[in-house]
Design a protein around this ligand. Structure first.
Ligand code: NAD
Ligand code: UDX
Length: 481
């Protein structure tokens, strides 16, 4: 294999940061550099106080404190990192396009393309380029085309090595990966590059869990894995609506079907809708690819997963408005949670953003508490949605008006004390499954709220029995009466 003793990763985000930190931990002989154009992000990664790391992830600060300054370095000097490294991971963001051709559907690959150009311009020796970002099938082809156009005498090999970590469990997912997937080109140089990457992972991943495929299969497997996972959530969420109409209980149904080893019990938790930076983006990307390759039936099939997710979010907001006597205008609604799932400060595509938007359309006053998400982030999420609404919604909400930010700032309040957020509220909506919500003093909260005191548990984490006994009017996803 190629000799590799220095690697770098372009993109110090939710994937680049934790992934490189774990490689540095498991491979002390490797020099690992993580670079980014975002100066603030790099400064936060270098912050002496580990509470200030740019992302919150259980176990991350321990890995950083062990490796940073030893063989893990964060920097904004991208050129130097490219020149020093024999292997370069590209882990930049690949969001849904918000403009032009493929707007609202296709992946925006401009950041990936920029990386390829920068590598080609600066390379002074042969390099292995590793696609870590999630990309449409055949992106490796485009990267190669750019690299080879520079003709600077260097050999470039492109590998696909998609990342399967989930946020909130990133460190344990990386340390105990179900599998590592490496796609390479089927020639001598491709195989040598593949061997060099296998060498790195072999330091802690058992050989049988390292899968080698052709490059197109690897690229497509990442989109497919996320589509299947999201499809399970949409499937159980579809059943949750039927449970509510029929008196069935979605958690009982999930348990009963999950015991079938062919179905399996994971990823069957009904919720207010899936969020996160990946599921919706990757399915839309898949749908776009299918349309591009003239497979409209396949495209429509997968698009339904996103439609159903929009429906689930809309159903929840509508339930709140309907239950509160058909208007929330001027009413105080407390949100417990803003992150798209527990144990992360990431809010991208969080269901909470859409629920807030729909309630704001009905003129609610929203009081938010989340243990990890900053006030600034919450307002920027709401602002982003106001500016991009039509691209991001497939159904229902295109009739919504954009709301001006000064109005949003009047109606939305962010609290650092959960009890203050719920003080004199008309209703509480649980939107993230943070464990601490279960241990609150619900008796005290009830006393402090307006009556009737409503709870809408979008995660089914609070004991309905306990809340009913205290006197709350409770709504749970998928629990029919
Ligand atoms: P992110 O937005 O957190 O991080 C991306 C970083 O890349 C940003 O800090 C940005 O400043 C930087 N960047 C963009 N263009 C750059 C350039 N030209 N040069 C240097 N830096 C640049 O994104 P993320 O969540 O880490 O996701 C990265 C990729 O990994 C995406 O393709 C995503 O689909 C994929 N992925 C994400 C997850 C996840 O859980 N977040 C899991 C698996 C795969
Ligand atoms: C996902 C994939 O799991 C991961 O493999 C991929 O690399 C990136 O995308 P992530 O988005 O970080 O990871 O979190 P995940 O645990 O998959 O949750 C996604 C969303 O689905 C969250 O909003 C979560 O609350 C929701 N979800 C998940 C459910 O509503 N029910 C479930 O049973 C599981």
């Amino acid at each position: 294999p190629n000799k590799v003793d220095a690697i770098c990763c372009i993109g110090a985000g939710y994937v680049g940061g934790p992934t490189m930190a774990v490689i540095a931990k498991q491979c002390p002989h490797l020099k690992v550099k993580v670079v980014d154009v975002n100066k603030d992000r790099i400064a936060a990664w270098n912050d002496k106080c580990l509470d200030n790391l740019p992302i919150y992830e259980p176990g991350l600060s321990e890995v950083i404190s062990e490796t940073r300054g030893r063989n893990l370095f964060f920097s904004t000097d991208i050129s130097k990192a490219i020149q020093e490294s024999q292997m370069i991971f590209i882990s930049v963001n690949t969001p849904t396009k918000t403009y032009g051709v493929g707007r609202g559907m296709a992946a925006d690959l401009k950041f990936v393309e920029l990386c390829a150009r920068q590598i080609a311009e600066l390379a002074n020796e042969d390099k292995i380029i590793v696609e870590k970002s999630t990309l449409p099938v055949r992106t490796a082809q485009s990267i190669k085309q750019i690299l080879s156009a520079y003709q600077n005498g260097c050999q470039f090999r492109v590998l696909s090595n998609p990342e399967f970590l989930a946020e909130g469990t990133a460190i344990s997912d990386l340390l105990n990966a179900d599998r590592v997937l490496i796609g390479s080109e089927d020639d001598e140089l491709g195989k040598r590059a593949e061997e060099a990457l296998v060498d790195i992972y072999s330091h802690w991943i058992p050989k049988e869990r390292i899968i080698r495929t052709r490059i197109w299969s690897s690229e497509l497997s990442k989109l497919t894995a996320n589509a299947f996972l999201a499809q399970r959530v949409s499937s159980i969420n579809a059943i949750s609506a039927l449970c509510e109409q029929t008196g069935a209980d979605v958690d009982e149904v999930a348990h009963a079907i999950g015991m079938d080893s062919r179905i399996g019990s994971k990823f069957l938790k009904s919720s207010v809708g899936f969020g996160g930076s990946c599921f919706q983006k990757d399915i839309l990307n898949l749908v776009y690819l299918c349309r591009h390759f003239n497979l409209p039936e396949v495209a429509d099939y997968w698009e339904q997963v996103v439609h159903l997710n929009d429906y689930q979010k809309h159903r929840f907001s509508k339930k709140i408005i309907d239950t509160l006597f058909n208007t929330v205008s001027g009413k105080k609604i407390a949100f417990l949670g803003w992150a798209f799932k527990k144990n992360t400060n990431d809010t991208r595509e969080s269901a909470a953003i859409y629920i807030a938007d729909e309630l704001l359309q009905d003129r609610a006053e929203i009081h938010i508490y989340d243990p990890q998400v900053s006030e600034e982030k919450i307002f920027s999420d709401l602002e982003f949605l106001q500016n991009n609404r039509r691209e991001y919604h497939l159904n229902n909400t295109s009739r919504f008006e954009s709301i001006k930010m000064d109005r949003i700032r009047k109606l939305v309040h962010v609290h650092s004390d959960p009890y203050a957020a719920m003080h004199k509220a008309h209703a509480i909506a649980v939107l993230t499954e943070w464990d601490e919500f279960k241990t609150y003093d619900w008796q005290r909260i009830y006393k402090d709220m307006l009556k009737p005191a409503f709870t809408f548990d979008g995660r089914n984490i609070l004991s309905k029995k306990m809340l009913d006994e205290i006197g709350f009017e409770t709504y749970n996803i998928g629990k029919g009466e």
